[in-house]
Design a binder for this molecule. Sequence first.
Ligand code: KIV
Ligand code: ZN
Length: 541
Amino acid sequence: MKTQPSTDRIIIFDTTLRDGEQCPGATLNVDEKLAIARQLARLGVDVIEAGFAYASPGDFEAVQKIAQAVGTEDGPVICSLARAIRADISAAAEALKPAAKGRIHTFISTSDIHLEYQLRKTRAEVLAIAEEMVGYAKSFVTDVEFSPMDAARSDPEYLYQVLERAIAAGATTVNIPDTVGYMTPCEFGGLIKGIKDHVPNIDQAIISVHGHNDLGLAVANFLEAVKNGARQLECTINGIGERAGNASLEELVMALHVRRQYFNPFVGRPVASEAPLTNIDTRQIYKTSRLVSNLTGMLVQPNKAIVGANAFAHESGIHQDGVLKNKLTYEIMDAQSIGLTDNQIVLGKHSGRHAFGARLKELGFELSETEVNKAFLKFKDLADKKKEISDWDLEAIVNDEIQQAPEIFRLELVQVSCGSNARPTATITLISPTGEELTDAAIGTGPVDAIYKAINRVVNVPNQLIEYSVQSVTAGIDAIGEVTIRLRYNDRMFSGHAANTDIIVASAQAYVNALNRLYAALQSSSFNNQPVVNQTTTISP
Ligand code: KIV
Ligand code: ZN
């Protein structure tokens, strides 16, 4: 006898590390994935889709390590994606073994267009495969999720049949993807309602939704889906993902939080219930957003809802006047509810290691002793240049520390000369992998261009700089500048990030970080055999 899944709470399934990581340039190494997974656990997500274990050895290792380190008894469910193919499912099962709660998420397309042109299979064949592969996944784990890919463009009658068979074979969650971001809210809500009404065994599974943002409607579609019975939302931090991205976690969670009285009745709660609709600790949202942005190199647009730099800024005089008199005049939520603190000045030159470590703990960073020691050296260095160190500075230091680009070339010296009527000239020294000191100089259109040209002369890997951005962490002339860059090599993107009070140094360091990633990829055999946009292109969903 199957138990009825609980339905009065919304399950947050985070796919930043799988679907989010699939966007060009967002590739993360295993340590960075682990750092994000740990933060997602602190954020309180119910399920972490840690990767696609079969896609590459790196993905397998990431799923396995996350399962081991984050998939504890009281931690989130750890999930791996798998095509409806035995080898994929076996790899997912193997990688998930260390998790206390592991989930296999298997998928196959159900739309006629995918069946005809991509799978070259009949509806009957796909129906049989879905049933058989869910059963196969079930032989490894009790928690199996099934996705009919491109469900939104599939014939609903056929979709109902596939879902019924998948549930009968043991799927505990059925996920309805709008793979191409085609639907409008009313249609998507109707699709979920149709599934509830026409799939006879639907009460034995949780209905989940997954959607891309091609028309900017993913979040709206999901909220309509909740009203019609969906109880799991698949989303990513900052909405990163394939093409226009996935539904954004922070927007969904805050919509359900701020408007909980509107949504309560749809999940069977009294209108006035104050109980949160998700398990998310909203005060961790901002920090998670910053971490993902820093590690992936995917900047957050300033006007992005919830986590954009302007999301809580009031520029117009009328608004400022209102907010000063009563915040509720123009604010529907409190900046502190997403963890945006009042940028407190916390530490200074004389603060010791203990105070430093204690503040990091208060901010929710769980670092090893070695990491704290390394970050402390950076803090001391910063404190020499900047009198007062705020929480945001500490966060920049730690994020910089966590971002572990492989250290192949090490930046030893950067020096520039520039100004009006001067030709921007840079001299750099890098230490090579063999310990050799390599110095070169170049002239550029500006100081950063000159530095990058000088570095290129040493590293000698042709690449194209796609994006360069510098942002200050706090206000003030002595603020830390964070530089994020993305470069392209053979259609593949690499990101680099660095923070320093000297933006010239940060620019050089960010570039060396990105080149180190590129260099490491060139040395790995999988890159040479697979000159692709991202590691999973050949088999990615
Ligand atoms: O967009 C999609 O359809 C997917 C599935 C694998 C769920 O990512
Ligand atoms: Zn997707």
